[in-house]
Design a protein around this ligand. Structure first.
Ligand code: ZN
Length: 277
């Protein structure tokens, strides 16, 4: 499961850049400027996709265990009987002394965000781990806002459900929410991010700058249940034909999830790096 494609991550990160304090932004840029990893460029919008690129760069048999981090990008809350503790592997704490980036595979996105936030804020964190914590946070906060990264209907978060879009494209429901509905917002992530950020009202900003990653996961789950799955038309065996109304609603939901994701990422980075320290 890839979650938002690179466009979605670039849009959410660019919204966050416009939302965060100047001090937090300068610290983020300093941290990324010291990065020696060449998998992604070191601007915030590119670095936001690093966790996907890095995970996939070595393949399934990669000895460094990058594939081990795949479960960190989502949690499978079942639509009918959601069990948060089960979806998060019983929420086991990190083993003592183990950096979050070296943690075991059986962990979920909510706990990883909290672990990396703690590391980013702690003065004693090693520089290499602090950089990894930042790059994971730039990515995972956005992934958590992809509704199908928090919900499952015994179909791997929509990965097993084939849909046909009005333009004839056939792909999984999950991929449609990752990319097709994001691409429908516009071709240039920078332009899309600017328009989305400028249309956030102060009331929305106040409402979104609160809660925990667990709250955001439940919000994504409710959206998946009501919108991504709830508005599906009756499906013929094999493929679900999505009409223009479904797509238009999905595009609107995706736009707002990217806005929330940018506001909350900025809020989190402000707390970890910004004015208070
Ligand atoms: Zn991801």
């Amino acid at each position: 499961m890839s979650a938002w494609g690179p466009e979605g991550h670039a849009i959410a990160a660019r919204i966050a850049v416009r939302e965060m304090s100047a001090r937090a932004r300068a610290k983020v840029e300093d941290l990324l400027a010291a990065d020696r990893d060449l998998l992604t460029a070191h601007d915030i919008a590119s670095a936001a996709s690093w966790a996907d690129v890095w995970r996939d760069a070595g393949g399934d048999l990669d000895a460094s265990g990058r594939h081990r981090t795949a479960p960190w990008h989502y949690l499978n809350l079942e639509l009918r009987r959601p069990d948060f503790s089960w979806a998060c592997w019983r929420r086991q704490p990190l083993p003592a002394g183990v950096p979050a980036a070296q943690g075991p595979w059986h962990d979920c996105i909510v706990d990883k965000i909290e672990q990396f936030e703690t590391e980013l804020a702690a003065p004693g964190t090693a520089a290499s781990e602090r950089l990894l914590a930042l790059k994971f946070l730039l990515h995972l906060v956005a992934d958590l806002h992809q509704p199908l990264h928090a919900a499952d209907d015994h179909d791997h978060g929509g990965n097993d459900l084939r849909v046909r879009l009005p333009d004839g494209t056939v792909e999984s429901l999950h991929r449609a929410w990752d990319s097709a509905f994001v691409q429908a917002l516009g071709h240039d992530p920078q332009v899309v991010a600017q328009a989305l950020q400028q249309s956030i009202t102060d009331t929305q900003r106040r409402a979104w700058r609160r809660g925990t990653p667990e709250d955001w996961a439940w919000e994504s789950w409710r959206i998946a249940k009501a919108q991504a799955y709830g508005r599906l038309p009756p499906c013929a065996p094999g493929v679900c034909r999505l009409d223009a109304r479904y797509v238009e609603n999905a595009r609107r939901v995706v736009a707002q999830q990217l806005q929330k994701s940018g506001v909350r990422l900025a809020w989190l980075l402000d707390r970890a790096l910004g004015d208070e320290r």
